[in-house]
Design a binder for this molecule. Structure first.
Ligand SMILES: *[C@@H]1O[C@H](CO)[C@@H](O)[C@H](O)[C@H]1NC(C)=O
Length: 240
């Protein structure tokens, strides 16, 4: 079990309380959100086949929270593409890989009821891929893609840049783009790695928050109503 560091506790408290306080007003973070520059190429994904095919397999377990989670995934995908230089600077294959990993990145909260959800989420992704035997929308997955998919899920709460361990074939560009995108969305812009406030606002306007942060904040009480120590397992997901 990873050690719970003081830094990660602070970060969690900070992001949870600010996220709750400021969820109605993303513009309070940093620069004020004005008009989008007319030259802007920021693209908001309103749907994505790969993401949706994967998510629909678990629609029963996501229940009422399906839309809130899906919109979170779509916002993070939009931010990740922005961090890679925009739609014109990414391939379909890169977007597909990120979309597939995003469908699963938090999923074990619902499918396994686990607060320490990174490993079980990555495991479910790989299990579904084997089950579907490559019939999903990402064709011809290579060994390196499986490593990338797994690392996108496992590293998405890491605060600082992720560098692949010696010999890893994972695509660090994709891992870090999703990591930055998830921080921006999970903290509603408090930690957003240079993402312009207007982009954040546009994504939330087009893909409603739908109570996502309240759902996350209440997950501890929901999954471990009786045990504070079990609730603290959520801290294992944060890495500096
Ligand atoms: C475009 O993508 C390449 C890698 O695929 C990256 O090295 C480059 O920095 C990106 N450009 C921008 C403007 O982000």
């Amino acid at each position: 079990m990873a050690a719970i560091s003081f830094g990660s506790i602070l970060l969690l408290l900070l992001s949870l309380s600010l996220a709750q306080l400021l969820r109605w007003n993303p513009m309070w973070f940093g620069r004020s959100a004005g008009e989008l520059p007319s030259s802007s190429e920021f693209f908001v994904f309103h749907e994505h086949d790969t993401l949706d095919d994967a998510l629909f397999q678990h629609v029963g377990q996501l229940g009422d929270e399906f839309d809130a989670y899906r919109n979170h995934c779509l916002r993070v995908l939009s931010f990740a593409v922005h961090h890679l230089g925009g739609l014109r600077n990414v391939t379909n294959r890169q977007v597909n890989l990120m979309a597939l990993a995003l469908a699963y990145h938090d999923i074990a909260l619902w499918t396994d009821g686990k607060l320490d959800y990174l490993d079980p989420s990555a495991a479910l992704l790989l299990r579904d891929l084997r089950k579907n035997d490559k019939s999903g929308s990402v064709q011809d997955l290579q060994d390196a893609d499986f490593v990338t998919l797994r690392e996108i899920v496992l590293q998405h709460h890491k605060l600082t840049t992720w560098t692949p361990p010696e010999g890893s074939q994972a695509d660090e560009l994709l891992v870090n783009a999703v990591r930055k995108g998830d921080w921006a969305d999970a903290t509603i812009g408090m930690i957003r790695f240079g993402l312009p406030a207007a982009y954040l606002e546009k994504a939330y306007t087009e893909l409603p928050e739908g109570g996502f942060h309240r759902i996350l904040a209440r997950m501890g009480g929901r999954l471990s109503p009786d045990s504070i120590t079990e609730r603290l397992a959520v801290l294992n997901i944060f890495k500096l």
